[in-house]
Design a protein around this ligand. Structure first.
Ligand code: CTP
Ligand code: MG
Length: 235
């Protein structure tokens, strides 16, 4: 594409991983013998639609990030120069978008979602043919209810979905939407920022494997899942 990239994967990895604990931020904890971040990098780097990868990382984490980049096996030429993130996820995304500058599409992904099936990327690219934004989501299966010290009323789950990443957008549209978003407002994802700017966001089928790793036990479950897969492959 003249004067810019076609599809850029923007991976945000500048969080502190406070809920997962354990010293090292979760995105650098090993899963299946590689830092967590290496897995998402690998998924994007192996997908033919992805042109470049923009990583957004915490201040002073260049060495940890370099290790993850090397462990991913992705060719160095695939990476745009590293960007330092901000105090919130939204700020980290914004800095990444500003650094990319120009592209046709961007896929914004959490480093904390290491298992990214290629087919989800395919679905997102296809959906962006007819929409400014697309997200993977899965239906809510459990009963939802208000929590607290004791169980509260049930919240109807009809029509509710759990929204995952990569969230994918026409680049200029999401950049403009981010610039227009009020600084003081929190946003846990980018699709809500696109919607606030008046654009529709398509839904594609997500994947249970794409669950975000948030708590200490999620790190352990991920490690076990990969371990089991490796044993199956060898045996
Ligand atoms: N993230 C980021 N910059 C921030 C905060 C979060 O790039 N200032 C990234 C995280 O690295 C992660 C993704 O956004 O890949 C989703 O955030 P979350 O799961 O909340 O990770 P953390 O903020 O690191 O974890 P915690 O909230 O438990 O501290
Ligand atoms: Mg967080």
């Amino acid at each position: 594409m003249a004067g810019g990239f076609d599809i850029v994967a923007l991976i945000v990895a500048a969080g502190k991983g406070e809920r997962a604990g354990g010293g090292l931020p979760k995105q650098y904890r090993p899963i299946g013998g590689k830092p967590m971040l290496a897995h998402a990098i690998q998924a994007f780097s192996r997908h033919p639609a992805i042109d470049r990868i923009q990583l957004v990382i915490g201040a002073g984490q260049e060495a940890l990030c370099a290790e993850a980049m090397a462990a991913s096996g992705a060719p160095p030429a695939l990476f745009l120069p590293l960007v330092t993130g901000g105090a919130t996820r939204r700020e980290s995304v914004m800095r990444g978008l500003e650094a990319i500058g120009k592209a046709r599409l961007v896929m914004i992904h959490d480093a904390a979602r290491p298992f990214l099936p290629a087919v989800v990327i395919d679905r997102l690219v296809a959906a962006l043919g007819g929409a400014e934004g697309a997200v993977p989501a899965i239906p809510v299966a459990d009963t939802l209810a208000r929590g607290g010290t004791e169980l509260g009323e049930v919240v109807p789950r009809d029509g509710l979905v759990r929204v995952q990443t990569p969230q994918s957008f026409a680049f200029d549209t999401i950049l403009a939407a981010h610039r227009a978003w009020p600084e003081e407002l929190e946003a846990t994802d980018d699709a809500q920022i696109l919607r606030a700017a008046g654009h529709a966001v398509a839904i594609v089928a997500g994947d249970p494997a794409l669950e975000k790793i948030t708590f200490q036990e999620d790190v352990m479950t991920a490690e076990q899942r990969l371990g089991a897969r490796m044993v199956t492959r060898v045996g």
